[in-house]
Design a protein around this ligand. Structure first.
Ligand code: SF4
Length: 262
């Protein structure tokens, strides 16, 4: 990766995390290179390190004491770490009734992320998202634009099943959203497809109808978002088939050419 690319990627990553309201930014392991460090305000590569003086030595010693909160505290994070925390999470009442938490599935370099509302009965039983009938339809939707399910990341707004498939409550969405933010910050996908009005509303902080949402241009943490109907809705009513087809075509175009506005 060139220095310009590393600089751009780090700036984009830091902006996403800070836009998400975090005061401490975690960087994926290995994310800090000499170029990236320069982007964050360090010295350019090849710049000789200044000779330490006695006052500097005191500052360096202080740096090993309890750190103050900064805008870019560097630590490692990974999708596996996020998933482990989700499986052990008790931050909202949904943990009391789950069989399995469902962190999400997909490669760690996925350029496309599908975000649903929450796990259903099949997903709760298996610990994987979108494995029931709606999941099988989602697989067909993905394959309709010449992608494989294994190429994309699939997750939900809440990672534990709401009892009786009720809608997630606002405090449950708020408790779980940091996990999604971390997943997206690690993945840095080119495009997000939000499945259904609840997922779209939670991501975009709006109560607009799906018909209206589909007309607008949306971003979440700097990533393009395409809302569309949930596959379960499609199973109930085939009239949503054409709009979903149009939306997934737009998703594919953005996936291929991220700067293009369909
Ligand atoms: S839904 Fe999210 S916040 Fe609530 S217990 Fe499960 S992982 Fe934790």
């Amino acid at each position: 990766m060139s220095r310009d690319e590393a600089t751009r990627d780090l700036r984009r990553y830091l902006k996403q995390r800070l836009d998400a309201g975090e005061s401490v930014v975690l960087l994926p392991a290995g994310a800090v290179t000499s170029s990236a460090a320069e982007a964050a305000g360090g010295s350019p590569p090849g710049t000789p390190a200044p000779e330490p003086t006695a006052p500097d030595a005191e500052v360096a010693a202080d740096a090993f004491e309890a750190p103050a909160t900064t805008t870019a505290s560097v630590a490692s994070d990974s999708l596996a770490q996020v998933a482990a925390e989700i499986r052990a999470c008790t931050q909202c009442r949904l943990h009391q009734t789950r069989t399995n938490a469902v962190p999400g599935v997909g490669p760690d370099d996925a350029g496309l992320v599908f975000v649903g509302e929450g796990p259903g009965a099949d997903e709760d039983a298996q610990g994987e998202p979108f494995v029931g009938r709606a999941g099988q339809l989602l697989t067909k939707i993905i394959e309709s634009v010449k992608l494989q399910r294994g190429e994309v990341f699939i997750t939900n707004i809440v990672k534990c099943r709401p009892p009786n498939n009720r809608d997630p409550q606002p405090d449950e969405v708020a408790a779980c959203e940091p996990y999604l933010r971390r997943q997206l910050a690690l993945l840095q996908p080119r495009v997000i497809c939000a499945l259904g009005r609840h997922a779209s509303s939670a991501l975009l902080k709006t109560q607009d109808s799906m018909a209206r949402l589909r007309q607008g241009r949306h971003e979440y943490a700097g990533i393009r978002v395409f809302p569309t109907y949930h596959p379960a809705a499609l199973l109930r009513n085939s009239k949503w088939k054409r709009p979903v087809w149009e939306d997934i075509q737009n998703v594919r175009r953005c996936y291929d050419t991220p700067e293009q506005k369909p």
